[in-house]
Design a protein around this ligand. Structure first.
Ligand SMILES: [Zn+2]
Length: 72
């Protein structure tokens, strides 16, 4: 076994990078390969940042990425 991220973890990281820029992108779930990841933003308590949850529409597996709030 080689150290490092497995393919599923890598796919979540890639999804997080894409969805942190554009939450409307349709990204296939890294876990089941069937569902689409749906984004839900939650405040973190820090006004500059939010947690963006990425939830599969099919298997309900999820992950989150911290995003910078838009500056008004
Ligand atoms: Zn899934």
């Amino acid at each position: 076994m080689r150290e490092g991220m497995d393919a599923i973890t890598q796919a979540w990281v890639d999804a997080g990078l894409q969805l942190s820029k554009d939450p409307t992108l349709k990204i296939t779930c890294p876990e089941c390969g069937k569902g689409t990841l749906v984004c839900l933003d939650e405040p973190t308590g820090d006004p500059k940042q939010s947690d963006r949850y990425m939830i599969c529409s099919d298997c309900r597996k999820w992950n989150k990425v911290t995003i910078d709030n838009p500056v008004n």
